[in-house]
Design a protein around this ligand. Sequence first.
Ligand SMILES: [Zn+2]
Length: 688
Amino acid sequence: MTESTDNPLLQPWQTPYGLPPFERIRPEHYGPAFEHAMRAHRAHVDAIAESSEPPTFDNTIAAFDRCGGELGRVERLFFNLAASETSPALQAVEREMSPRLASHYSAIHLHATLFARIEQLFQRREELPLAPEQLRLVERIHLDFVREGARLPAAARTRYAAIVERLAELTTRFSQNVLADESSYRLVLRNERDLAGLPEDLRAAARAAAQERGEADAWVITLSRSLIVPFLTFSDRRDLREQAFNAWIHRGEHDGEHDNRPLAREILKLRNEQARSHGYRHYADYALVDRMAGTPDAVAGLLKQVWEPAKARAAVERDALRAMALAHGAEHAIEPWDWRYYAEKVRKARHRVDDAVLKPFFSLERMLAAAFDTAHRLFGLRFIERPDIRAYHADVRIFEVRGRDDRMVGIFLSDNYARPNKRGGAWMSAYRWQSRVDGETLPIVVNNNNFAKGPAGEPTLLSADDVRTLFHEFGHGLHGLLSQVTYERLSGTHVLRDFVELPSQLFEHWAFEPAVLKRHALHHGTNEPLPDELIGRLKEARRFNQGFETVEYTACALVDMALHALPDADGVDITAFERAELERIGMPREIVLRHRLPHFGHLFASSGYAAGYYVYMWAEVLDADGYDAFVEAGNPFDPEVADRLLRYVYSSGGTLPPAEAYRSFRGRDPRVEPLLAQRGLADIRQPA
Ligand SMILES: [Zn+2]
């Protein structure tokens, strides 16, 4: 077996903290490593299934939880790099391996003898001498098997496995197509006339993007959020705004090899078939069973409370934009490519908060320090940089994380800059999850952002929005780092999808807490703190444009739920469906979906957020209400509240039912009012 002796993916990693030996791994190592690890995993599973002993928690559930460690290690490394630092070679491996892996896991979930043992234990779970976490693990594994088709009649299983495999293929292509459209587009600006209105830092970022793409003497706007959104906000050139905006909203919607419409159509049809084979009316019912919300009705109930007030608020905002446009001599109606531009002018005039004034106080370095310090004040963590260790790219920073008593907690990788070969958006992931089955296994967690890197020798400056994103992902990161559970399957962010955004969204609150800003928002040149007056104005401005933001988001959540609630999804034309649905819900004509269906990666690049885009709003009910616990205590770092938060939310992973976890932290069930107040939707007549 030469493959395992000279393939670094299959050897023990004798590296600091057991980090992957990034520099030794080449794309051609993955295929053989995946094949080897899948075979080993399958052999372990067969051994568990064929045991002559009667099933017990240890010989079946715990044994199943433990096997496949090698495969998991290769998979996490591969999929992290495929997102953060991909290449044509890795993309080819991804296209080949995604369906193979899906088919491998599908075969395991459809393993009849193994499932018979799991089913037996599940039926007897209340009589077995199980610790609460063990009971959760039995239920989790059992539900995973059921949802992957283990209870289907034998005849239906082959078809089910084929669906799972085909879905993996389609979703991989979907996200690669979006990346292709994003990286191929460039709006080239050649002179001062093209640059009109753009602030210095955006010019610098566009300059760097041009250099990266070999455009001499020019500035380039790409479809990366960190460039396109500020461009739409500041460019005085209405014609260029319109042009860039249209490219942005039509990603994935071009005839030819990168067209996502046929992929989405087939994905929807297959999901529908999947749901119906389980006896559900449609995919939304099937998806919601494994969520805190439980049913599409519960989701609809929440979204309904938000949608009408958000539209009313957006109409008030639009009128203010129209007045501002008129004041600038523009007679035209507000079009989608005008919204951000005039909103910025209204914001400046009304709240006198200007990103150009704020940004020098929000250097990436300072804001990262602010996030670390917040984790220190709440949970006693310290982050010690290890510049001597190199990750997969020179810009990725590695930190050792220590807790109270100097105890090692885990490793944190911070990957902050946009690159052409990096997926858009921001996300948290892990190279290793915390567990205790093989002694204490410490987590290796990564945060990815897509900030435009500052020019050489100058700091990277963040917008207020970027700061919020940084804290959001760091909240997910803490959820992974602080995990204190036994089993990997229940570790860190392995919680229900509509609970997973609680630790991240909650953490955003500290980003704009005056106590944090005063200490960390220091001017990068002068070290002056952000003036109190600006802190106050920042706080007031938080509700600004929330009508737009809420409409842009909630419409996506409504379209997602409607699409996945189609009882017959065969041949659905996603563009026509989107148009009709927006008409039906009364989408304001000046606002476009935050993610249009042809590039809606949450729905089509994997199945995790299908019938699940609502989860951010669901979790916002919890984060708004949850942060109030600190407000009520009169201290944003109140030690008792922080301890409960650590115990029941950040460290408990999936070991507690989410509603119970929240109740234990908060002392009661969540209320929706703080969310409405936070978004300025409680009383829409108030100016925002
Ligand atoms: Zn998140």
